[in-house]
Design a protein around this ligand. Structure first.
Ligand code: ACO
Length: 437
């Protein structure tokens, strides 16, 4: 990949320093969306760093994978709208698209599915790891550990300079993640691990490994299989979010892909990121009933109360998260299929209605995000809340791997090394312990 130098790159921004010195900064246009001011030479030319904690105004890389227009509520993967992909595609097709840039032909798709399927089992010796964990370990703790440990088992795909090894590592990560996640669940409930069934689709296989048991046939519901597949699609990639940036930063040092994805899993675990759908369900249960929604909204607006409406708001979307709309539809389909009347869905719908009419949320452009409905769907499927983020991680592995590969293949790639605004003590002299007060 080369640096973007399309039309418009001859535009210049000028910066005047306190000493009156004028510095010219090139502006680079992307294909769509905001242009960027190229500050790469800023420190050399002026002695200043930029300051942007939380990176709200910083483009950390050039990428061709995912485009988000947060004001319009648009999400495109390689140019295709997420709602079209979720409606018409399936997860492995979307995975191929995200990784390779184009939708696959029928032959390419068959080959890709075969490659992923071929790698679904984990090395038998890896199953020993699980015994080292407590049964009540959080699945994300298990996944961080086991995915990082893959580097100890698959040495033949850790040479990041070899494109074939990078490709095999990608297949291994995407293929084994459902197996690893399902094993974390099986271990927690004391049931035997289920080997993958390669005749099943990616999403169905995951449900089979989660809920199948060796002594009975597992009856697959196509509606649930499709819903799971859609949840995977909706979580497959989301541009330079915290976990993806973590994967890129870890990978920028040349770390192996398994270590990088383990770092991504760690970052995703937090409640402000992947842990949000777990937190949404806890919040809905805490609210309890429709008549308590007003009270919850009041608390969320109170700055002296650290209660927030989980599943509401997004760093980038200042409009409806397009994934939330699809999730809401899927939620109704799944509950209908299972004949479940979940009071939490009533609470969720009332909460959405009240918040969207409330000035506080309207003014701050806080809309439901992808996590608002996904928890209700997963709960209806019988998936415990502790597995929610693990499911997010397995789907996002596609995006992490694609972004990691894009970075490694970028000739301009260098180790990520942000600077800082230092506000600590200036140089001082060491005081021996007996003289300190
Ligand atoms: N409930 C109540 N108020 C909120 C919420 C919320 N969920 N989200 C933001 N606000 C308020 C803030 O208090 C702030 O108000 P102020 O301007 O009066 O101080 C304003 O809206 C802006 O909020 P920030 O925290 O500055 O926005 P930021 O972009 O940093 O945060 C985030 C985005 C972390 C997602 C936030 O909206 C949040 O915590 N939401 C709940 C957690 C959640 O659902 N996370 C999932 C994100 S999606 C994902 O990771 C897949």
């Amino acid at each position: 990949m080369t640096a973007a130098k399309p039309a418009g790159s001859n535009k210049i921004a000028t910066l005047t320093g306190p000493d009156g010195k004028v510095t010219q900064l090139p502006i680079i246009d992307g294909s769509v969306g905001p242009s960027v001011i190229d500050v790469r030479k800023l420190y050399n030319d002026t002695g200043y760093f930029t300051y942007d904690p939380g990176y709200t105004s910083t483009g950390s890389c050039e990428s061709k994978i995912t485009y988000i227009d947060g004001d319009q509520g648009i999400l495109l993967h390689r140019g295709y709208a997420i709602d079209e992909l979720a409606e018409k595609g399936d997860f492995l097709e979307v995975a191929y698209l995200i990784l390779n840039g184009e939708l696959p032909t029928a032959d390419q798709k068959a080959g890709f599915v075969q490659n992923v399927t071929y790698h679904t089992m984990v090395h038998e010796q890896m199953t020993q790891f699980w015994r080292g964990f407590r049964r009540d370990a959080h699945p994300m703790a298990v996944m961080c550990g086991v995915v990082g440990a893959m580097a100890a088992f698959y040495h033949d795909s850790t040479d990041i300079t070899d494109p074939r090894q990078r490709e095999i590592a990608s297949y291994r990560l995407i293929a084994k993640m459902p197996t690893i996640a399902a094993m974390a669940y099986k271990y927690s409930v004391g049931q035997p691990f289920m080997y993958p069934q390669n005749k099943l689709s990616y999403a169905e296989n995951f449900l089979y490994m989660m809920f199948g048991i060796p002594c009975e046939d597992y009856k697959m519901s196509p509606v649930l299989g499709k819903a799971m597949d859609r949840i995977f699609i909706l979580h497959a990639d989301h541009e330079q979010n915290a976990s993806t940036s973590t994967v890129r930063l870890a990978g920028s040092s040349g770390a192996n892909p398994f270590a990088c994805i383990a770092a991504g899993i760690a970052s995703l675990w937090g409640p402000a990121h992947g842990g949000a759908n777990e937190a949404v369900l806890e919040m809905l249960a805490e609210i309890g009933s429709k008549d308590k929604v007003g009270e919850a909204v009041k608390r969320a607006k109170n700055k002296d109360d650290n209660f927030r409406l989980m599943g509401f708001g997004h760093r980038v979307y200042k409009n409806f998260d397009p994934r939330a709309k699809i999730m809401q539809k899927t939620c109704h389909e799944v509950l209908g299929e299972l004949g479940i009347k979940d009071p939490l869905l009533d609470v969720a719908m009332e909460l959405e209605k009240v918040a969207l009419q409330d000035d506080y949320f309207v003014q701050r452009k806080l809309y439901p995000n992808v996590d608002f409905y996904s928890g209700i769907i997963l709960k209806a499927m019988g998936i415990p809340t502790s597995m929610f983020t693990a499911i997010f991680a397995l789907a996002r592995t596609v995006g992490w791997v694609a972004q990691w590969r894009e970075m490694i293949e970028d000739p301009q790639q260098k180790i990520g090394r942000p600077r800082q605004l230092y506000t600590g003590a200036a140089k001082r002299t060491y005081v021996p312990v007996e003289k300190r007060r």
